[in-house]
Write a protein that binds this ligand. Structure first.
Ligand code: CP
Length: 321
């Protein structure tokens, strides 16, 4: 594994999950693995879980991590090739990433989509420019297209709480007050389907996800039909993908209720990546009830990130040019 930016294979995922479970039992067992190595963590967008879990994971491995809030602590970045930089952007990505390549051994980047230019977002142009000009092994901390660290923690959480070899997993759209990226939903589909899991996706008309990520999933426009007999219900909002970044009006009530689960999926556990808007996206009764796995998911972010960092650290040191 040279980078960690997307699902690669079932075999790699199984080995990362196995290692993450070992680290959950013994977090300090490889506390010298990262000694003398540096991780630069660049945040172009806010984060609570990803930032802190990555820092704790790095600490467990003795890896020195330095983080930077790009939008607040550094110069505004110009991303366009051939730009005449006579406006507000003071530094070009070529120099910014190039300098980081000289300072660090690994780079981790959080860069959300703009939800305007679908092609640029889905090609992960910001992430790729950081990779190209830093020449460093890279970890995605959520890019425009995907959130792989979240998905790996979600798989770990499902595996810890599943009573079946092949649980029924449902990804359901939920309401929100603003346009939300597709990265978590797309990644969750990519990783669960990559692991040959039984995935049903339910959403209102107009909120269909990209075929690139959902091939092999059952699709339903009826939430109650979709959640019947579910073992895990992953609740998440996303904006429209076809009418990119728009939020078409939805007349039906998509806020999931405990009474629906009692009737249709009494064993179902509830998942969400967080942050969550209470009683908009997910009701108090579900978040605070016994079904909720949201804090387990958040805790597992530490050990899955640790497994990813450890796997990268075990690769032969990259030669910089
Ligand atoms: N789930 C998640 O990535 O949380 P943060 O945005 O707080 O990092």
């Amino acid at each position: 594994m040279k980078n960690f930016t997307r699902f690669e294979s079932k075999g790699l995922t199984e080995s990362l999950l196995k290692l993450a479970k070992i680290y959950k039992r013994e977090p300090w067992r490889d506390h010298e693995l990262g000694k003398g190595r540096r991780l630069g963590a660049v945040f172009l967008n806010p984060s609570l879980r990803t930032r802190n879990s990555l820092q704790i994971a790095a600490d467990h491995l003795g890896l020195s991590m330095q983080e930077m809030n790009m939008s607040r602590d550094s110069w505004a970045l110009e991303m366009s090739e051939g730009a005449i930089m006579n406006a507000d952007k003071a530094e070009h990505i070529r120099e910014a990433a190039g300098v980081m390549g000289a300072y660090f051994d690994f780079l981790a980047i959080r860069c959300f989509p703009n939800l305007v230019d679908k092609e640029a977002d889905q090609s992960d142009d910001v992430l790729k420019q950081f990779q190209k000009y830093s020449k460093l092994p890279t970890v995605s901390l959520e890019s425009a297209s995907r959130h792989p660290l979240q998905s790996l923690a979600d798989l770990m959480t499902i595996s810890e709480h599943s009573k079946k070899d092949q649980p029924k997993v449902v990804l359901t759209w939920a309401p929100h007050v603003k346009a939300i990226p597709h990265a978590v939903a797309h990644s969750f589909a990519e990783w669960t389907l990559g692991m040959d899991m039984d995935l049903t996706i339910t959403q209102p008309k107009g909120y269909e996800l990209s075929d690139e990520f959902t091939q092999g999933a059952k699709i339903s426009y009826n939430q109650e039909e979709a959640i019947a007999d579910a073992d895990f219900v992953y609740v998440k909002n996303w904006s429209a993908f076809q009418e990119y970044g728009h939020t078409p009006k939805v007349d039906e009530d998509w806020l999931l209720k405990e009474s629906q689960l009692q009737k249709l999926a009494p064993e179902a556990k509830i998942m969400h990546c967080l942050p969550v808007r209470r009683n908009v996206e997910l009701a108090d009764e579900l978040l605070d009830g016994d079904r909720s796995l949201v804090l387990h998911q958040a805790k597992n972010r530490i050990f899955t990130a640790q497994a990813v960092l450890a796997t990268l650290l075990k690769q032969p040191t990259s030669i910089k040019v």
